[in-house]
Design a protein around this ligand. Sequence first.
Ligand code: MRU
Length: 354
Amino acid sequence: MSSSPNKLNVYSGTQYLVHALIWQGTQLLVLDQRQLPERVHYDTFTTAAEVAEAIKTMRVRGAPAIGIAAAYAVALSVQQHYAINNTGWQQQVTADIALLAASRPTAVNLFWALSLMQEKLALITGSPIVEMINQAVEIHQQDIAANQQMGEMGADILADAQGLLTHCNAGALATGGYGTALGVIRSAYQRKARTVFAGETRPWLQGARLTVWELAEDNIPVTLIADSAAAMLMQQGKIDWIIVGADRIAANGDVANKIGTYSLAVLAKHHGVKVMVVAPVSTIDFNMQEGSQIVIEQRAASEFLPDCYAQEGGVVSAWNPVFDVTPAELISVIVTERGAVFNPFQQGVRELKK
Ligand code: MRU
């Protein structure tokens, strides 16, 4: 089902224009990011199964946005299945949670949000619908607040740095609103004009399709580069900082993020460029000791293999891991809403655990 977002009974975050997710009282509007930048189209979902499919097919993507969508999905599941005098609904909600958990493996925000919703549900004694919706809205609101805090903190660290390169899309589209890496770029740009570059981000083109669109919507000038042009840009001294988001940060400070982040970090080391990772604490997996333990999602070859090679038994195949792990030693600073950790290879990010 599709619709245009109206502004009644809506929780869509802040005054910023771009919203990946809009909660409308009893239903969730999801911006179909596969259609950007050509078309701004929202689907309306009322069941968890629809939202799980939207995550799997990347209508909604980006670690925090996936977590928030999953939280709303659990609320939708409770709304759909709850019945007084019949405990069978709880099994249906548990089945929906399992479906959501199987939608994508790498972003820990998904599992974080599902556990939070499960814990909340276990504590509720009366009718759970309103409380579960409120919990999902709170997760959404807290993500936006965290992004705004990180934006200011990151901008302080950048100070007067001029050349910024980002990868993938870690903006409002990938979060509750404002963005992580793009939140820092937004805040920094408000202080003074910067030169912003976005890598196109093969193979799904989150940079070319989403980041440049989102920055253009905010009137922030941006120059798109082919991923393979990053080395030359750094060689020419045009980049001071690489600023990226994260899908999962291990306790030792290793960071899983969009494929190509590791290449940028290696290039940055060679060229004396600094690397900033911006992510809410919900992206830290304190139980994972190091990045090598992180499950890296492999997506279909068809995302970039030309159709003519796609036949069964052919000699051409494709390898399509969509995240990589950047070792902590290549990262200058990890910015979270609980504070910034400089040189995370020294101690990891354990100090951020409450
Ligand atoms: O495959 P995607 O588009 O979901 O990957 C997104 C990224 O890798 C982002 O950089 C990350 O999730 C951080 S978003 C704030």
